[in-house]
Structures are given as structure tokens and as C-alpha cells.
Design a protein around this ligand. Structure first.
Ligand SMILES: *Cc1c(COP(=O)(O)O)cnc(C)c1O
Length: 392
């Protein structure tokens, strides 16, 4: 018997990391100590007070039953309070906040709420693959907005053809940005809002890295910008801020109609997140923030080791102000894939080929600093010793 896959699954792009994963597996089998700077997933544990709250709440029988699919009101209130404290943004927890099973879940599902088959969605390239993946599964068509170094990895709205702008129903934006580490200022968000108003486009801003920043830089929320609530929503979660990627709890905030639609969609798909996990996320959002400060100091030190190390080999990189990624061009004569393979072969270090994030990522690679300092130091030493000086 053969099961014919649905067209929406067949439409998903091919998985580009298969080749590099095979090389990694071969190296490991050969007994080589591979250092992976590929995956962006915090290595530092979740702060103790958050774990303690989960332990306490796991013992409460009421928490063992089905939660509400849009989240407990107290959880949504904690998200609203966080936005008020952190960004001076007022949100109505009842109508402008919905809990998500990680922001990835909402990012994938929002396309199902607003895109019909054949609709266009504006997607950053390079970008987090879930934007296009969710849209393709909903039958829609991504229109890729190139993010180039020349423009600080911000899309150029004036370069979007008139007919594409008219056909577009939604746009994804993500600053601080994965994979480029770029940040956006208020002027950029104002341009995005004006564009969205002109063409009646729903903006979905992904702020997963709002709490991961350095050198005194404090990322904005899209919701701080006048008009944001009329045209859009913002996704985020406790994943990157409090080292809780495995806990699967996040939120969408903003435009009440859109939040309601997403909640209605979810009520047909899932039954929300375990209440004990919601309480734990509340402990993170409402509790002491010193773990965030400590994390950022750890990432800053690692970032400096990577950027200074690569620059000593011939790169000319600036230090990103936010995220735990370093986005860098490959040396002369390499593609993203051939350089990633070269680095694992010569140095036993895994980097992510940039083309995995979109066509515009070709010619780049991403290093994630979610590894202990000693391993990052060793990775850079091995690269220096076995690769040496590079040219562009
Ligand atoms: C990590 C990440 C997310 C998803 O995080 P969740 O754990 O699902 O909340 C969303 N967007 C970007 C750009 C990310 O890097």
C-alpha cells in the first residue's frame, strides 16, 4: 500500500541540511570530537525559580485538567504586565493576548487564519523557515523580500512590485533577526506600518530575541510603534529569554480581531499548554530578571570570541547588538554548502550554511553561540590552525 501525500506537504521546500548532517554523522562515527555551532538553542539551564514553580504547580490537581486553548487569564495578564513594564505598551489581556504552544505554533497557524490558496505573503529572505513553511501549508505563496548587508538586512518596501504588494495579505518581520543578528529602529517600523496601511497587509512581527541583547542596546517591541495595533500582531515567547525552548510556551499580542481569530483557530486544533507550564512562564516574566542579564553577559563574551576570532582570520565583521547568532560571508571560492563542509572537514566544527534560510542566504553562514565558552574557544582555535587566513 502506498499513501499519497497531500499536495501541501509535497509543496514544502526540500530539506537543505541533509547533506551536512550526513557529513557530521560520518565525522562522529570516525571518532572526531565535533563542535556544533549550528543549532540556536540555549545551552544554559532554565533559572531555578522557574523550575521550582513548575514543580509546585505540577502537584496541584486543577492543573491536571484541560487548560483553556487561549491560555489562563492570569497568564495573559502576566504577558500584558511584562509588555507594560518592558515596553510601556498597554494590552488588554482578555482581547489582545493569546497563549501559544511556543511562538512557532502561532507563526505556523496565523497563515491558516488569513491566507487563502494562491494569496501572497511577504517573507524575509533569509529568514526563519517557519514563515514560508506555514504559509505553504496553508496553500499560499511566499513572496521573498531580500535582506541584504547593504541595507542592514532590512527589507526595501519600495522594491516590492506594485502588483505583489496589492496581492499580499500578510507580511512577516523579525527583529532582532534570525539568522542575520540585525536589529530594526523605530523609523523602519514606521515605514512598515505605512506600507501595511497602504496595501491592507497584516504585519506579523516575530520578537523572539527581544531579551537577548548587548552593549546597552534594548530591542523595541513592534507594539510600541504608533499604529502597530491597527495593522498587526507580535509573536514572542519565554524560549530565548529564559532558556525555556523545551517548555513550549509563548504568545501573540496586538490587534484584537486577529488575536481572536488565532484563538478560534487554535480551539479547533489544540487544547492549550499545561497550566503548570503557564505558571512557570509567569514566574519567568514576573520574577527577577537577573538571569536575563547574566545570560546576555555570557553571550556577549562568546560573541566577542567568535567575531574577534573570525576577524583575526580575515573577516571584517561587526559585533551584532542582539541575538545569539553571527552571520558572516563565506570566503572566496566557496558556496555556503561547500564552506560548511570544508569547516567540518578541516576543523570538526559545525556551522550552518546560509542558503538553508533562503536564496539570499547563499554566500553566508551562521554561527550560533549557544555552546559553552571553552568549546567556542576551541572551535575558533581549530579554525585558525586548520583553515588560517581567508580571502574574499
Ligand atoms: C527560536 C525562534 C522562534 C520560536 O521560538 P518558540 O520556542 O517556538 O517560541 C521564533 N522565531 C525565531 C526567529 C526564532 O529564532
Amino acid at each position: 500500500m502506498r499513501f499519497e501525500e497531500a499536495q501541501r506537504i509535497k509543496n514544502l521546500p526540500p530539506y537543505l541540511f541533509a547533506r551536512i548532517e550526513k557529513v557530521i554523522a560520518e565525522k562522529k562515527e570516525a571518532g572526531i570530537d565535533v563542535i556544533s555551532l549550528g543549532i540556536g538553542d540555549p545551552d544554559i539551564p532554565t533559572p531555578q525559580h522557574i523550575i521550582t514553580e513548575l514543580q509546585k504547580q505540577a502537584l496541584v490537581p486543577e492543573n491536571h485538567q484541560y487548560p483553556s486553548s487561549v491560555g489562563m487569564l492570569s497568564y495573559r495578564q502576566a504577558v500584558a504586565d511584562f509588555y507594560n513594564r518592558r515596553f510601556q505598551v498597554q494590552l488588554d489581556p482578555k482581547s489582545e493576548v493569546v497563549a501559544l504552544i511556543g511562538s512557532k505554533e502561532g507563526i505556523a497557524h496565523i497563515s491558516w487564519c488569513y491566507l487563502n490558496p494562491g494569496d501572497l505573503v511577504l517573507v524575509p529572505d533569509p529568514g526563519y523557515p517557519v514563515y514560508s513553511g506555514g504559509a505553504i501549508l496553508a496553500g499560499a505563496e511566499p513572496y521573498y523580500m531580500p535582506l541584504t548587508a547593504a541595507r542592514g538586512f532590512l527589507p526595501d518596501f519600495s522594491a516590492i512590485p506594485e502588483d505583489a504588494a496589492r496581492k499580499a495579505k500578510m507580511m512577516f518581520l523579525n527583529y532582532p533577526n534570525n539568522p542575520t543578528g540585525a536589529v530594526a529602529d523605530e523609523k523602519f517600523y514606521r515605514e512598515a506600518i505605512a506600507f501595511a496601511q497602504k496595501y491592507e497587509i497584516l504585519i506579523c512581527h516575530d520578537n523572539a530575541y527581544s531579551e537577548v541583547s548587548f552593549d546597552g542596546y534594548s530591542p523595541l517591541s513592534f507594539m510600541q510603534i504608533p499604529g502597530a495595533k491597527e495593522v498587526g500582531i507580535e509573536f514572542s515567547s519565554v524560549s530565548k529569554a529564559y532558556n525555556m525552548t523545551g517548555w513550549r510556551i509563548g504568545w501573540a499580542v496586538g490587534n484584537a480581531e486577529v488575536i481572536e481569530a488565532l484563538g478560534r483557530f487554535k480551539s479547533n486544533i489544540d487544547s492549550g499548554q499545561f497550566q503548570a507550564v503557564q505558571y512557570a512562564a509567569m514566574a519567568g516574566l514576573s520574577g527577577p530578571q537577573d538571569a536575563v542579564t547574566a545570560n546576555n553577559e555570557i553571550y556577549r563574551e562568546r560573541r566577542d570570541i567568535v567575531v574577534d576570532g573570525l576577524n583575526a582570520m580575515g573577516w571584517n565583521l561587526e559585533k551584532p547588538k542582539a541575538t545569539f547568532y553571527i552571520w558572516a560571508p563565506v570566503p572566496k571560492g566557496f558556496t555556503s554548502a561547500s564552506f560548511a563542509e570544508f569547516v567540518i572537514d578541516k576543523a570538526g566544527v559545525v556551522i550552518t550554511p546560509g542558503n538553508g534560510y533562503g536564496e539570499q542566504g547563499e554566500g553566508y553562514f551562521r554561527i550560533s553561540i549557544t555552546m559553552p565558552k571553552e568549546r567556542i574557544v576551541e572551535a575558533l582555535e581549530r579554525m585558525k590552525k586548520n583553515i588560517g587566513q581567508v580571502e574574499f
